[in-house]
Design a binder for this molecule. Structure first.
Ligand SMILES: NC(=O)c1ccc[n+]([C@@H]2O[C@H](COP(=O)([O-])OP(=O)(O)OC[C@H]3O[C@@H](n4cnc5c(N)ncnc54)[C@H](O)[C@@H]3O)[C@@H](O)[C@H]2O)c1
Length: 274
């Protein structure tokens, strides 16, 4: 299933002008020596990210497209194929996260969240899979969220969209499994990016961190390293999986920080000889 590695892999990363997507694009170009297509609706941000990668000796090409616009996605994929080549690796990272109480979520918020977070990955994966199938090799990672696994305040559209993205990942994975193509998802916990600052606001940043056993936000690079593993040769037998990169958030339930600090031990625990 391995293709000869005399030519660099071509990677397409959406939402790569900022935050997690930008870190993934940088690590792919610099650490994995891929040729990276930086896709974002922020044209200047995409150019800046590509220039930054070039400045570090990597190869990157900026493309501007709005993931809410199916025609713009088709046009972008045509440009990528003509100017760079058919992607061997795809990372769907562009995402939006409107926050509103359930009774106030508007139809437009709902629809645009599903368009950007679910329909765009569907269109991009479906288009790119045909070439991957022909080549007998491909890697796809969708950036989901812990909000796609657990419900959260204000996350009606966002959480639903990320749960759908996890299901979409599994659906593509089972049919692509015999083509040498793996399809996985990464579910980040809170990560220091412009998006989480908008969602969490000032004071709630520490409230969010307190829900994470590691008691801190993740960094974009910590997510990027997990994505790079799933895109690597070494991850060849992993498909349909959703990997939480969340400081222990999804592992926890009745989690109480500092439960045992300063409090007298329960009487039964003192007799435990282990
Ligand atoms: N930051 C977190 O805490 C966190 C946690 C879990 C999941 N995620 C997911 O990670 C992904 C990246 O988030 P981030 O925190 O890096 O956000 P970010 O806001 O820093 O970056 C998102 C990028 O996507 C682009 N984008 C947004 N809508 C787009 C559209 N319609 N078309 C094209 N590009 C568009 C933006 O221009 C931006 O460059 C998202 O899918 C998000 O849901 C983030």
């Amino acid at each position: 299933m391995n293709q000869p590695q005399n030519t660099p892999r071509i990677a397409l990363v959406t939402g790569a002008a900022s935050g997690i997507g930008r870190a993934i694009a940088e690590r792919l170009a610099i650490d994995a020596h891929a040729v990276v297509c930086i896709v974002d609706r922020d044209a200047q941000g995409a150019r800046d990210a590509a220039e930054h990668i070039a400045g570090q000796g990597g190869s990157a090409h900026p493309f501007c497209a709005d993931m809410a616009d199916a025609q713009a996605i088709q046009a972008m994929l045509g440009e990528v194929r003509n100017q760079v080549g058919a992607p061997d690796m795809v990372v769907n990272c562009a995402g939006v996260a409107p926050t509103a109480p359930v009774l106030e979520h508007s139809m437009s918020q709902w629809q645009s969240t599903l368009d950007i977070n679910v329909t765009a990955p569907f269109l991009i994966v479906q288009q790119c899979l045909a070439d991957m199938k022909r080549k007998g090799w491909g890697r796809i990672v969708n950036i989901a969220s812990i909000s796609g696994v657990r419900a959260g305040s204000g996350r009606l559209a966002y959480g639903t969209s990320k749960a759908a993205l996890i299901a979409l990942t599994r659906q593509f994975a089972v049919e692509a499994a015999e083509w040498g193509v793996t399809v996985n998802a990464v579910a980040p916990g809170p990560v220091e990016t412009p998006l989480i600052k908008k969602m969490a606001g000032g004071d709630s940043t520490s409230t969010y961190a307190n829900l994470v056993p590691m008691n801190r936000f993740g960094t974009p690079d910590e997510i990027a390293h997990a994505v790079l593993f799933l895109l690597s040769e070494q991850a060849s037998y992993i498909t349909g999986e959703t990997l939480a990169v969340d400081g222990g958030f999804l592992a926890s339930g009745l989690f109480v920080r500092n439960l045992f600090e300063g409090a007298p031990r329960a009487s039964g625990a003192a007799t435990d000889s282990h």
